[in-house]
Design a protein around this ligand. Structure first.
Ligand code: FES
Length: 94
């Protein structure tokens, strides 16, 4: 029964978590933005999959249904702080 409760709530875990939490939006709408490449960069850099902690337990990488940054695509929540990827391309001015 304890295992069922622990697996239901995302704030609980059956395995040790990383000290710093990186959360990306898991909503399909955000998948149309560059978020997949942002996620791929975190996965490659940390050498872990989504939902896992880094081997040194410094980082925890996971998804959330919404980061509350819907209007700012390619954003992540790192330790409860919003981090927004810079826009690609630039508007030219003359
Ligand atoms: S639905 Fe993705 S940030 Fe809100």
């Amino acid at each position: 029964m304890v295992e069922g409760v622990a697996s239901f709530y995302s704030s609980l875990s059956l395995t040790p978590k990383g000290r710093n939490t990186i959360r990306l939006c898991g909503n399909i709408v955000d998948r149309f933005s560059r978020l997949d490449s942002v996620q791929a960069a975190f996965v490659a850099e940390l050498g872990i999959k989504m939902g896992q902690a880094s081997h040194d337990r410094v980082f925890q990488l996971g998804q959330t249904p919404c980061t509350d940054l819907c209007d700012q695509a390619d954003a992540a929540i790192i330790d409860d702080k919003a981090v927004i990827a810079p826009a690609t391309g630039s508007a030219s001015s003359s």
